[in-house]
Design a binder for this molecule. Sequence first.
Ligand SMILES: *Cc1c(COP(=O)(O)O)cnc(C)c1O
Length: 396
Amino acid sequence: MNKNIIQLTKKHVAGTYGRYPIALVKGKGSKVWDKSGKQYIDFVSGLAVDNLGHCHPAVVSAIKKQAGKLIHVSNLYHIEPQSQLAEKLTSLSFADKVFFCNSGTEANEAAIKLARKFFFDQGKTQQTEIITMHNSFHGRTLGSLSATAQKKFHTGFKPLLPGFKYVPFNNLPATRKAITKKTCAIMVEPIQGEGGVNIPDPSYLKGLKKICQEHGILLIADEVQTGFGRTGKLFAYEVYKAKPDIMTLAKAMAGGVAIGAMAGTNRVMKSFVPGTHAATFGGNPLACSAALASLQVLTEKNFLSKANETATYFLQRLKEIDNPIIKEARGIGMFLALELQKPGNDIVIDCMKQGFLINCIQQNILRFIPPLIITKKEIDSLVSVLSNSLAKLNNK
Ligand SMILES: *Cc1c(COP(=O)(O)O)cnc(C)c1O
């Protein structure tokens, strides 16, 4: 029953994704079902999007209600859910103002443009360079791709946008050394996601902030993956107690609906004036209503503390798996990984056959980013399947 969908995809959809041979057609909470009716417990969450679980009733209801009222109007006019969402986001973060778009890469494009415009407005037209980190991931459009310091994503797409300088992640001296008169910002994921769930020293973000302050440049936190509770707090910059000047958001923001945002302090946001930047769908009523509902649930009392307790248990269980193939079990909040000595794709396929969705990045790192509502029982069942699967791989 999955077959038709797979055939149509292969024939008519651009081949940009290496897909597993199942078609997911239904989801509820931490579970999804494929076309044949097979159930999976989802430790992928649409890539850190479904933080509330699939089809959260509050989000579904908000979408239904808004869809019957107003789906889209232009930013030529004021939009009620957009104004409410901006108020909510700024009340929950360091930011004063928000620019809305539709994806992570778009949010980063906005941040790159704003950083340049901020210095341009001060007459510093040469101060255009942004420092980013090896193994970063900021998106696939050309600006964000140029910010992404991973060769494999650049291959075939040169020339890239000029004005980016790459330094090793979690290395403050190298970052400091890379700064010149041309540098306008440092852009960083507080924890690298696609690059391998790389968790820096606890003082790293603070250190970057200090460097930025010393040089009068901007700190841009790409919280597209770390945002909305994934790392234990609403935003990862709170975990590390260092406020950026700009943060970019997307993925989990609207309970599964496409949305993105670039949020900043008044000081920088004042450089975005009418005509400088735009997105047709940005801040549309439907997506903003979904985001409002989603934020409401995320900020309910005990929601994150309960998730964090479960996450601590999850990491503990991963650390207990005794197998020489495992190089390291690591995690922060519900953002976890098992780094292996061998490629991990066979494990992903084996787990999928047994009803668990997990994801492998950088060839050998299994990433676990389940909905924040995942239960200890579901974690236990994954760990049991995973342990067996790893044992099989070790004996190969
Ligand atoms: C996923 C991701 C992006 C890109 O988001 P899209 O919505 O796919 O454009 C950017 N930055 C980080 C840190 C991400 O994880």
